[in-house]
Design a protein around this ligand. Structure first.
Ligand code: PEP
Length: 253
């Protein structure tokens, strides 16, 4: 059975004291509340070791916000899959729209990164989604199909089962605009059908597909109730413990 997941992407926010405070608050929340989903955080890379030290029992998954498409070597500023493995990280976000927009990342890069992550036993959270222009011109299904095929369809069935997908329409990220639960469900079902066509329904049914784009405490429950939506990748609302924990509770019936 696929997992329900709530993952927080901090982006480039919080100094070390704020990061530590949030990590403690989240640990405290997890220890004192039964949750019906896995909880992950993706803090800035500088704080991953701190999270690892704090979350020794692996109560909370620890993800980098990106990783290199190269194994090792002269790539100044980069972090490799091997480095993430060596600190005991859970995985990495790959292909976030801000990496695509500001750093020229493509689905071919994502494909190489996903393979490297899987080779090191890390969980890739592969992000895709259409821009506003692409949605307005009715190309969203085709765009997401191309992204999914290029980034994922060279993987074996055993490999793709280990990938988490985050559908994040670019027009809904950090804008306060949310795809309606039905709009999100349509794309999630589309992605799952594409995977089913290529790898079979059993494989597709095992893959968690998260929705990302202005998820808030007020809309989380309804979004998570859709049959092909297995949780959320949360940006702004993952920065404070009150909102983030309410979103986690979107999975409590
Ligand atoms: C994100 O950064 O992946 C994201 C979904 O951000 P926000 O929740 O702020 O829209």
């Amino acid at each position: 059975m696929r997992k329900n997941i709530v993952a927080g992407n901090w982006k480039m926010n919080k100094n070390v004291f704020e990061a530590q405070q949030f990590m403690f608050q989240l640990l405290d929340y997890k220890r004192n509340n039964a949750t019906n989903c896995e909880v992950y955080i993706a803090p800035p890379a500088l704080y991953l070791m701190m999270a690892k030290d704090l979350y020794k029992a692996n109560e909370i998954g620890i993800f980098s916000q990106d990783m290199s498409e190269h194994g090792s070597g002269a790539y100044t500023g980069e972090i490799s899959a091997g480095m993430l493995e060596s600190i005991g990280a859970t995985g990495a976000l790959i292909g976030h729209s801000e990496r695509r927009q500001y750093h020229g990342e493509t689905d071919s890069h994502c494909n190489r990164k996903i393979k490297l992550a899987l080779d090191k036993g890390l969980t890739p959270i592969y992000c895709n989604g259409e821009t506003l222009e692409q949605r307005k011109s009715g190309k969203h299904l085709e765009v997401v199909k191309n992204q999914t095929e290029v980034a994922l369809f060279t993987l074996s069935a055993a490999e793709i089962k280990k990938v988490v997908i985050a559908y994040e329409p670019v027009w809904a990220i950090g804008t306060g605009e949310t795809a309606s639960p039905d709009q999100a469900q349509e794309i999630h079902a589309h992605i799952r059908n594409l995977i089913a066509d290529k790898y079979g329904k059993d494989v597709a049914d095992e893959i968690s597909i998260l929705y990302g784009g202005s998820v808030k405490p007020e809309n989380a429950k309804e979004i998570f109730s859709k049959p092909d939506i297995d949780g959320g990748l949360i940006g702004g609302a993952a920065l404070n413990i009150v909102d983030f924990s309410k979103i986690i509770e979107g999975f409590n019936v």
